[in-house]
Design a protein around this ligand. Structure first.
Ligand SMILES: Nc1ncnc2c1ncn2[C@@H]1O[C@H](COP(=O)(O)OP(=O)(O)O)[C@@H](O)[C@H]1O
Ligand SMILES: [Mg+2]
Length: 336
């Protein structure tokens, strides 16, 4: 369990993290998203003990590491495994030897190291790569070695800073699958730092968006998806289908979490009270499941134009409403 409270980090007179509070419980994955330069890696370094916060606390499994020193700090460090964007593997050591490194620092016996490495290799699906060298591995396999090494000392928390950036989509999915499996099997608390919304959709239980060192939005993925006013929800919902249309009227993208809206919302949309005689046509519609919530997206053309108050009417029904720029909805110039 990791609890971050009122964490502020300054470099000189620059505030890079401003009053961040977040927590991730056992068996949970928290995704931290945000643009480049937002402060994500600084947050990661504050949680992995590489950087001391200017103020605030970071508690790992109940212990406030900002108050620890020396041996106590070293022991606390073992509670957090860290995975990086590129696994920092030693080229002249085999997979097994790389995974054994943290165990050897602890002066474990050769037999116990060997046994533990065998276990870890199995866990990350690399038993048949034991004697390979890093140069003989794919990017995804290297990342698996990095994960095995991060788990070597049996941490109850895992921190990943852009571990899937630079991997192809299929490999990303398999690494995320592994992390999800580890969360479930060992009840790990995992903080996943990423700039990819795909990752959040696929695996996160909760999500926080950081911009300029501040939390802009945070909460459980389910709650956020169910909130029609959430900006993050728009990003989490399925990718926008490319929709051709003739450029007539206004085009709106409507998304929703099914639990929030009546099943017949789309078929009855033409008789929505606020519509006031305007015509609605459905350009596309789709539904998919995210974290156990069925979410749908539809693109509507409203002609000749949407009456004032129509958007509010839909929002009140639990729908997320977003006008689509003509240019992104179709290639034809607008008639009006
Ligand atoms: N050691 C440091 N000294 C001064 N500024 C830093 C230091 N580390 C990071 N920064 C600044 O903090 C900001 C956030 O950086 P970072 O945490 O790497 O963001 P992200 O990982 O979200 O891209 C950046 O503007 C960066 O230049
Ligand atoms: Mg970073």
């Amino acid at each position: 369990m990791i609890e971050i409270e009122n964490l502020t980090k300054r470099f000189g007179d620059r505030t890079v993290l401003d009053d961040i509070s977040l927590s991730v419980g056992s068996g949970e994955i928290l995704a931290v998203v945000g643009p480049s330069g937002a402060g994500k890696s600084t947050l990661s370094r504050c949680v992995s003990f590489l950087e001391r916060p200017t103020s605030g606390t970071v508690r790992v499994d109940g212990k406030d590491f900002t108050r620890l020193d020396g041996d106590e700090l070293l022991a606390a460090r073992r509670g957090v495994g860290v995975i990086f964007q590129t696994a920092p593997l030693l080229r002249r050591r085999t997979v097994a030897q790389n995974i054994a490194l943290p165990l050897q620092y602890l002066n474990a016996t050769e037999d116990s190291v060997d046994k533990r490495v065998t276990e870890l290799l199995e866990r990350v699906g690399l038993s048949d790569r034991r004697e390979f060298y890093p140069a003989q591995l794919s990017g995804g396999q290297k990342q698996r070695v990095g994960i095995a090494r991060a788990l070597a000392l049996g941490p109850s928390n895992l921190l990943s800073d852009e571990a899937t950036s630079g991997l192809d989509p299929a490999t990303t999915r398999s690494i995320l699958g592994l992390l999800g499996h580890l969360r479930d099997e060992f009840g790990l608390s995992i903080i996943l730092i990423t700039h990819e919304m795909e990752v959040v959709r696929e695996i996160a239980d909760s999500v926080a968006r950081i911009e300029d060192g501040r939390i802009i939005e945070s909460g459980s993925v389910q709650d956020i998806i169910l909130d029609p006013r959430s900006a993050l929800a728009h990003e989490l919902l399925p990718d926008r289908p490319g929709v051709p249309h003739d450029g007539q009227g206004e085009v709106w993208e409507i998304s929703h979490a099914s639990r929030n809206v009546p099943l017949d919302w789309l078929t009855t949309i033409g008789s929505t009270p606020g519509l006031d005689g305007a015509q609605v046509s459905v350009l596309s519609a789709s539904v998919e499941a995210i974290r156990g919530v069925a979410v749908g997206r539809a693109v509507l053309a409203i002609s000749p134009s949407a009456p004032a108050g129509f958007a509010e009417h839909l929002t009140a029904r639990g729908l997320h409403v977003r006008p689509v720029e003509k240019a992104t909805a179709g290639s034809t110039e607008a008639a009006a």
